[in-house]
Design a protein around this ligand. Structure first.
Ligand code: VGL
Ligand code: ZN
Length: 178
């Protein structure tokens, strides 16, 4: 049983430059994330990929009074992954209900159960956006009792100052920043 999991957060086309809700430089971490997927796979870790997977009328969209432009709509090109995932990847779709926002990969999903069933104790996190879905996922992983490591060179934030604050908040909560 794998003791470790790599959680790749929301590496989707809409979060890359040219997408609907771009994380500046989000594409710059793609090679790093691909490298981590490969090396973690080689050392027997479980590979998990979360995806933002919104219905067309999601509450977080501006047309419904939310903060974001329409993004990562289910089964559209913008919701596709931009990294190379192994055949046995565990895909976790989140924020799939019209009236519920979910930044964390644990919120409204069975991610915690899957990790526990597979014997995972330590999770390593990479992806976007640092101050939103990455942070929420890391803090929830701690709450569920996992040891949490953040792969600093394979995350990217929307705003550099918010990203720094998020890293500090995660550090204080007990996330180990690598
Ligand atoms: C995200 C904003 C809206 C994220 C998702 O993946 O960090 N940010 N939806
Ligand atoms: Zn979203």
């Amino acid at each position: 049983m794998p003791e470790e999991a790599l959680i790749v957060v929301d590496m989707q086309r809409d979060f890359m430059p040219g997408g609907a809700l771009p994380v500046p430089g989000g594409d710059k971490i793609i090679p790093k994330v691909n490298e981590y997927i490969k090396t973690f796979k080689e050392r027997g870790a479980l590979i998990v990929a979360t995806r933002d997977w919104h219905p067309e009328n999601h509450i977080s969209f501006k047309e419904r009074g939310g903060p974001w432009p329409r993004h990562c709509v289910q089964n559209t090109p913008g919701a596709e992954f931009v990294v190379e995932l192994p055949a046995d990847v565990v895909i976790i779709s989140k924020a799939t209900e019209p009236d519920k926002e979910a930044y964390s990969g644990f919120e409204g999903t069975n991610l915690a159960d899957i990790l526990r069933e597979r014997g995972v104790r330590r999770v390593y996190i990479c992806g976007v956006a640092t101050e939103y879905c990455v942070k929420a996922t890391a803090l929830d992983a701690l709450k569920h009792g996992f040891e949490v490591y953040l792969l600093r060179d394979a995350v990217k934030g929307i705003n550099p100052e918010d990203e720094e604050r998020a890293l500090e908040e995660m550090r204080k909560a007990g996330v180990k920043i690598l």
